[in-house]
Structure formats: C-alpha cells, structure tokens
Design a protein around this ligand. Structure first.
Ligand SMILES: *Cc1c(COP(=O)(O)O)cnc(C)c1O
Length: 404
C-alpha cells in the first residue's frame, strides 16, 4: 500500500526527535540537478543536500562505484587496510599539498579531530598553549567542542559547561586577531569562506595575514573547508584562491557525493603529534565511503570541471547582481565565490527569508536561507547556465511579490 505524504508527516511527528524545521515534501528520488517528491512534483535543487550532492543525484559512476564496493565489502574497521581508503588518502594528500589524511564520518568529527591533533601538537611545545581562536558568525559543527568553536551563541545556549580554551574574533578583522593571538595560542580555526554564517568570503590578504600571525606565534592554522572545499569555490580547496596553505584542512559534506564522510589533512610535522591509540573511529574511512570519495576525487579536481564551476558561478553571480539592480530595495548585497553564493535580503521585503524559500519551492526551486536573511545558493557543481536561468526566473517572480 502506498503511504501518502501526510502519513509520513504524521509518523515523523510522532516518532522523530523534532530538531529540524522541515519543508513539507517527502523526497522520493533525484536525477541530476532535480529532486522529485512522492507526489510527483519536480524541483530544481540549488541546495544539494546542503552542499553535499556535488555531482547531483544518480550520477552513474558514483552509483556504480557504491554498488560495486557494497558487493565486495561495505565495512571492515580500521584494523585492516583497504584499497579505497589508501587511494582516497593519496589523492587528498596530493591535492592539498599536505602530508597525511584521516577519515571520519562528518564535518563536526573532522573539526573535532583537527582540534584534538592541534592540542596535542601545541601541548608538546608548552602545556599552557591551548587557546583556540575562531571567528564570530562561524559554523563548525554540533558536538560540544565544535559548537563551542562555532562563534554563534545560540548554538551554545543550554549546553554549558562548554569545553574551555576558546576565544572569538570578528572574521575579516586582522587587528582583532592580532590583539587576541599570543604564544599561548594553539590554533586559529576559520572557514575559508563563511557559509552558514551568511556567505562571507575573506577579504584580499586577510588569510595571508592570518597565516603570518599564526607563524609568528607558532599557532596552527586550521581551515574548515567542509562547505567551501571540494571544488565549490572554483578551486578544489578554497584556500588555493588566496595563495596560502593551512597546517590542517577539514573536509566533509561533498567529499563522497552524499555518502557520509569527513576528513582532516595535516602536515607531517602536525601528524607526528598523534601516536597509535591517540585517536580513532570505527566507521571512519570505511571502504564504501572511500569508494564514493574516490569518484568525487577523480572528477572534481579536473581543470575542465573546475572551470565550469568558475564560469557558471560567475554567470550566476552576475544574474543575482542583475536581480539586485532590478530590486535595489529588496537585495542588499550579493557575495560569494564559485558556487557558494549569497544574496542578502534587506528589511524592506514583504516576505521573510523563509517565506521566499517557500514561495520558490511552490514554483519548483529548492533554495536555502541562512541566518534568517541571506539566500544561500550551494547547488550541485554540475549545473549549467540554463539551470541558473531557471532559478533566477523563479526568484524574479518571488521577489516581485515581496515588493511592498
Ligand atoms: C556543515 C558544516 C560543518 C558540520 O558538518 P556536519 O557534517 O554537519 O557535522 C562544519 N563546518 C562547516 C563549515 C560546515 O558547513
């Protein structure tokens, strides 16, 4: 018997821990850039499972690699070697210019591991070298340590006592960091491009100066590329745009095209801080997840693929700027890199950000609004200009009704 969408909503309301405000569709399947619900409605998907479905839905080589690997071995634990894991680590090391990769299952876990290895590294220099500086309006995850690293109080309220040793500075404010950092700083952790906090790319030279301050104080630079990495900025790692290198970079979201995975990649010097037994994971980097990651890592770093991200991203940004020019009272700013773009809504909109997202959905487009007022676009990286036109047309219709 076919369950109706309403029956699924009712079941969920009764049994699922309600921590998400969900949109009222039951997703059935996807194909490329489109997502279909159980009622047969089609949506162009410019959220991509929150920057995860980088190759879109039902990407054949990915589906085949997962099916192939599933029929061989899904999981075996990290007590044994597997080819998919060794190959995925080798690819990440080569792409990053760093030396060693570790796999886990999510972004929060990747950041958690990055902070753990940073603490070990710093404690070997000085037992009091434990301060971790992060940015206000950042987002680093939902575990106790990563929500503490997240510079937004509303993620922290009610979870006290929080782990100690964290301080915050405004993003893009090098003077604030200069005042905060000292020889007691263990690490500075930043998103290369802030995503969740409202899509804020770093100013020219900001990260270069952050790198210099870290070097001066022997603090590690951790870049969280969980959202901005994997080609989204137009480079495989977003930090390549700013001609710097971190000591540690974290990845997750798009890394296995939708299969849960996370990773942190470190320099050899940092890697030496961990001895066998200092860190671990049961699932992390299992052959199924790594087989999927290998497809992503064989596809996205290609020049042709990344050039398309740059080109379509630029086109998309230009179209958003054109919308801003058409509705100067409604759109306050357009910003972002590659296919991580944001359009900030002014307070003059008749519709709230969430209402705009809902109106887009009614017209067949899935987009996202973050921090209540920034429309965020993080589509699959395989989109074309025609897909952009489709979404811009819908946005135009919705902004029309958002005019007072
Ligand atoms: C999504 C995200 C995380 C957390 O990842 P999870 O897989 O949800 O734990 C951390 N940092 C950034 C920048 C993110 O976008």
């Amino acid at each position: 018997m076919k369950e109706t969408a309403q029956q699924i909503f009712d079941k969920d309301a009764k049994d699922y821990l309600p921590v998400f405000n969900r949109y009222k569709i039951v997703v059935d399947h996807g194909e490329g850039v489109y997502t279909y619900d159980t009622e047969g409605n089609k949506y162009i998907d410019f959220l991509a499972g929150i920057a995860v479905n980088v190759l879109g839905h039902n990407y054949k080589p990915l589906v085949e690699a997962i099916a192939d690997q599933a029929s061989k071995v899904i999981h075996i634990s990290n007590l044994y070697y597997t080819k998919p894991q060794a190959n995925a680590a080798a690819k990440l090391v080569k792409l990053s210019g760093l030396d060693r990769a570790f796999f886990c299952n999510s972004g929060a876990e990747a950041n958690e591991g990055a902070m753990k290895i940073a603490r070990k590294f710093a404690h070997n220099i000085d037992k009091d070298k434990s301060q971790i500086i992060t940015a206000l309006d950042s987002f680093h995850g939902r575990t106790l340590a990563t929500l503490t690293a997240t510079g937004q109080p509303h993620y922290q309220e009610g979870y006290e006592p929080l782990p100690g040793g964290f301080d915050y500075v405004p993003f893009n404010d090098i003077n604030a960091l200069e005042k905060m950092i000292s020889d007691k700083t263990c690490a500075v952790m930043l998103e290369t491009i802030q995503g969740e906090g409202g899509v804020y790319p770093p100013k020219v030279d900001y990260l270069k100066k952050v790198r210099e301050l870290c070097d001066k104080h022997k603090a590690l630079l951790i870049l969280d590329e969980i959202q901005a990495g994997i080609g989204r900025s137009g480079k495989f790692f977003a930090y390549e745009n700013y001609v710097i290198k971190p000591d540690i970079v974290t990845l997750a979201k798009g890394l296995a095209g939708g299969v849960p995975i996370g990773a942190f990649i470190v320099t050899e010097e940092v890697a030496r801080s961990f001895k066998p037994g200092d860190h671990g994971t049961t699932f992390g980097g299992n052959p199924l997840a790594c087989a999927a990651a290998n497809i992503v890592l064989d596809t996205i770093p290609n020049e042709k693929f990344l050039n398309n991200v740059v080109e379509v991203g630029k086109y998309f940004k230009d179209q958003l700027i054109a919308l801003k020019n058409k509705y100067p009272k409604l759109i306050a700013d357009v910003r972002g890199e590659g296919l991580l773009l944001g359009a900030e809504l002014s307070s003059q909109n008749k519709l709230s950000g969430v209402e705009i997202v809902n109106e887009c959905m009614k017209r067949g487009a899935i987009i996202n609004c973050t921090v209540g007022k920034v429309l965020r676009f993080i589509p699959p990286l395989i989109i074309t200009k025609n897909h952009v036109d489709e979404v811009i047309k819908i946005l135009d219709e919705v902004l029309k009704i958002s005019e007072k």
